[in-house]
Design a protein around this ligand. Structure first.
Ligand code: SIN
Length: 302
């Protein structure tokens, strides 16, 4: 049996994992070794893994509870709702609704009360050049802030809003209405502690509208600073895909962005499975989303 080899790929994050055949369920020892590497490197790349949808689900299920994508019930594999198709290939003669998925810095499903624990993305078709994904390390982002700012942002919650997904307004109107209904704006803390490593991290993204109790005008300068700091090149690992690469990221302590750095006439087809995260956050009453009155408008969902 080949033994598992972990090779770091970047200073900020990323490691290549070889010596495993993910078509077969892993042993308990292999699961433990992969998870230890995941906590250390945050993003794991498994090259040359040509999995079917059920095999991808089985692998994801060994890393956590598999998400069914019910909050965004579109572009799932027709037979396997756990598998989201991130693809620019037309479907039923229409442009794909996921052709521009992930075009701003985000973590998956933060507009729900269960942001994903992690995601597993497999590359089935790729453009000749580009179609890269970048990942940023949110531990580093937090650790490198000055102590006074760290103390201040620890007091803040941020309002995550599904309508800030880049290109959201260009989706089918019926889908937009349903996605907004299923995902009202939700607040999560700006600083979180990773449940497994115990490390603090910065939990921001480009899908935040404002901080709770602050207007958008008040929030935006700080938010823009935090997002730009969090995605500094020093904190980023950029993945250049090869066919049948599987990349698994820890969604709790990283952000990612799918780049439009390729010829849009060439196919890019990915299959994504996510792991369900812990329940967190509280819904913000939409009619009261106006600055000063915001604080009094909070309704806990838990
Ligand atoms: C995503 O944001 O989950 C998709 C990332 C990608 O397609 O590279």
């Amino acid at each position: 049996m080949t033994s598992l080899v972990i090779t770091p790929l970047g200073y900020a994050a990323g490691a290549r994992v070889t010596g495993l055949d993910l078509r077969n369920p892993l042993t308990q020892e292999q699961v433990a070794a992969v998870q230890a590497a995941w906590h250390k490197h945050l993003i794991l790349v498994f090259p040359g893994q040509d999995l079917t949808a059920p095999q991808l689900i089985t692998f994801t299920g060994q890393m956590g509870e598999v998400e069914r994508n019910d909050n965004v019930p579109y572009y799932r594999d027709p037979d396997y709702p756990e598998v989201l198709l991130v693809s620019n290939k037309p479907r039923n003669g229409k442009p794909s609704e996921t052709r521009n998925t992930g075009r701003n810095w985000h973590a998956d499903l933060t507009y729900t009360d269960r942001p994903a624990k992690g995601s597993v993305l497999m590359c089935k078709e790729k453009p000749v050049i580009g179609g890269d994904t970048m990942f940023a390390n949110m531990y580093m982002a937090y650790d490198t802030l000055s102590p006074v700012l760290r103390d201040f942002i620890e007091t803040l919650d941020a309002v995550h809003d599904i309508t800030l997904i880049k290109g959201f307004e260009r989706r089918d109107p019926a889908q937009i209405a349903e996605m907004k209904r299923a995902n009202p704006p939700i607040a999560h803390p700006v600083v979180r502690t990773h449940p497994e490593t115990g490390r603090k991290l910065l939990f921001v993204s480009e899908r935040i509208r404002n901080f709770v109790g602050m207007t958008e005008e008040e929030s935006q300068p700080l938010l823009q600073f935090l997002n730009s700091h969090a995605t500094s090149p020093e904190f980023v690992y950029r993945h250049q895909w090869a066919l049948n690469d599987i990349v698994m990221w820890d969604n709790r302590c990283t952000l990612h962005i799918a780049l439009k750095d390729f010829d849009q006439n060439q196919a890019r087809h990915m299959m994504r499975c996510s792991m369900r995260g812990e329940k967190s956050g509280y819904v913000i009453a939409p009619e009261k989303e106006d600055g000063a009155s915001l604080k009094s408008a909070l309704a806990s969902v838990s």
